[in-house]
Design a protein around this ligand. Structure first.
Ligand SMILES: *[C@@H]1O[C@H](CO)[C@@H](O)[C@H](O)[C@H]1NC(C)=O
Ligand SMILES: *[C@@H]1O[C@H](CO)[C@@H](O)[C@H](O)[C@H]1NC(C)=O
Ligand SMILES: *[C@@H]1O[C@H](CO)[C@@H](O)[C@H](O)[C@H]1NC(C)=O
Ligand SMILES: *[C@@H]1O[C@H](CO)[C@@H](O)[C@H](O)[C@H]1NC(C)=O
Ligand SMILES: *[C@@H]1O[C@H](CO)[C@@H](O)[C@H](O)[C@H]1NC(C)=O
Length: 383
């Protein structure tokens, strides 16, 4: 077993260097000194949940943070995407959790909370609207023109569709559509609230391939297949996200955004794992069950922990390994429009403020998104 996976990793490395450019993002060059604000769920939670509820949550305990020897409230074996983005932006430290008392938020803060949803509110968590309100309570920390230049990243929605699927297992097409429309419309309201407070640069994630999460494969017993019904809901949400943001950009002066196609980023890695140097994409590194997907970090659960986190796409049943998070951050910052459009984050934060965008989000037609290049052919040279 160990032997197989070593060979597999070596092959993966060879493949990726021959087939793909893997540019190293250079920190700080020509990047304005602005702040990074993040909103959403556990993908972006920098430790807020502990400060909100004072309760002990697994993500504050080993083996979370294992690769850094530091459980820090993040759902990963180490750092998460916003930590890397902050670094690429030249911010000299990680973005602090906004709910931690006394933090220095001069270069931004994380408002994201584990289990946060757009509609409803999960127990011991906050919804997106509560997070936006918190931002508004703290707004005297930043000048308005600084807010306008700063980057707002949002990753949320998984919890809403989980909840919907559990409560409405037999929902038909029109019930699904009505739910998706209500989620997208509430998301729009919250983005508009941030815009009213001065924000103008938004980077928004699509939902990932929810049906391919190890915890979903495990709960719904799909074996080595993804749960397509769940993927389909994510696709419906994603199809309405770009058009909603296009509308906003056309209606609101100086509104700028980009959409990160997280769905296909995950699916490419799931289906062509070796090209991206993952030996395991259908099971997680830490947890128990058929897909090792449950209970990582929980007391009283004797969860298994893999030997080498970097060969896994998922660290626990639902969250990506640090290696994957770092790959995503490079994509967000420097990838081409197959991955993030109409521009990447490097372009978004250098785009002149108070200017309308000249390009909009377009539905990708006729491209096989599982086979595309993620970086421009000359990207390494131009960085
Ligand atoms: C907050 O951090 C910034 C650097 O990010 C620093 O310039 C500033 O002095 C700090 N403020 C306080 C009150 O420590
Ligand atoms: C889950 O759905 C129920 C019933 O529709 C709702 O009351 C609750 O607020 C929802 N929770 C979340 C986190 O969306
Ligand atoms: C995960 O994928 C591997 C390789 O395709 C397969 O052998 C294994 O059975 C899968 N594991 C599960 C739990 O589906
Ligand atoms: C920018 O967009 C807004 C909203 O559509 C519009 O009112 C404004 O005239 C546009 N500004 C320019 C310079 O085109
Ligand atoms: C890539 O670089 C080559 C050589 O410098 C140049 O001829 C070509 O136009 C570049 N392609 C793009 C898409 O920028």
């Amino acid at each position: 077993m160990a032997c197989n996976y070593n060979l597999a990793s070596v092959l993966g490395v060879v493949l990726v260097f021959t087939l793909f450019h893997d540019p190293i993002t250079v920190t700080g060059q020509n990047i304005p000194a602005v702040a990074l604000f993040t909103f959403g769920d556990s993908n972006f939670d920098a430790g807020n949940r502990k400060f909100l509820t004072g309760t002990r949550f697994p993500q504050n305990f080993w083996p979370y943070g294992k690769s850094r020897d530091d459980p820090n409230g993040r759902f990963s074996d180490g750092k998460i995407v916003p930590d890397f983005i902050a670094k690429f932006m030249g911010i000299p430290h990680d973005i602090p959790p906004a709910f931690k008392p006394g933090v220095n938020v001069s270069r931004g803060a994380s408002f994201a909370v584990d289990s946060a949803s757009i509609l409803g509110t999960a127990r011991d968590s906050l919804n997106l609207n509560n997070q936006v309100r918190r931002f508004n309570q703290m707004i005297s920390n930043w000048k308005e023109d600084y807010i306008t230049k700063s980057l707002f990243m949002i990753s949320i929605g998984t919890e809403d569709y989980y909840n919907f699927t559990k409560n409405n297992p037999t929902a038909d097409g029109s019930a699904q559509q009505a739910f998706v429309i209500s989620v997208i419309s509430r998301l729009r309201n919250n983005i508009e609230m941030l815009y009213s407070s001065g924000a103008s640069k938004f980077a928004i994630y699509t939902l990932p391939a929810l049906g391919c999460l190890p915890i979903v494969r495990q709960e719904f017993n799909t074996g080595n297949d993804c749960y397509e019904k769940f993927n389909d809901l994510a696709k419906q949400h994603n199809a309405r996200l770009g058009p909603m943001l296009n509308d906003l950009a056309r209606a609101r002066s100086g509104f700028q955004f980009t959409v990160f196609d997280f769905y296909n980023v995950i699916l490419r890695r799931t289906q062509r794992n070796m090209n991206f140097r993952y030996s395991f994409t259908n099971v997680s590194c830490c947890g128990i069950g058929s897909h090792n997907a449950f209970g990582c970090g929980r007391p009283n659960v004797h969860s298994k922990l893999c030997e080498y986190q970097r060969s896994y796409l998922y660290f626990d049943g639902r969250h990506n390994s640090e290696k994957a998070q770092e790959q995503f951050a490079h994509l967000l910052f420097g990838a081409n429009p197959n991955v993030i459009q109409p521009m990447n984050i490097r372009e978004l934060i250098t785009y002149p403020v108070n200017t309308n965008m000249s390009e909009f989000w377009k539905e990708p037609v006729g491209r096989n998104l599982l086979l595309v290049h993620e970086y421009d052919v000359n990207a390494s040279a131009s960085m």
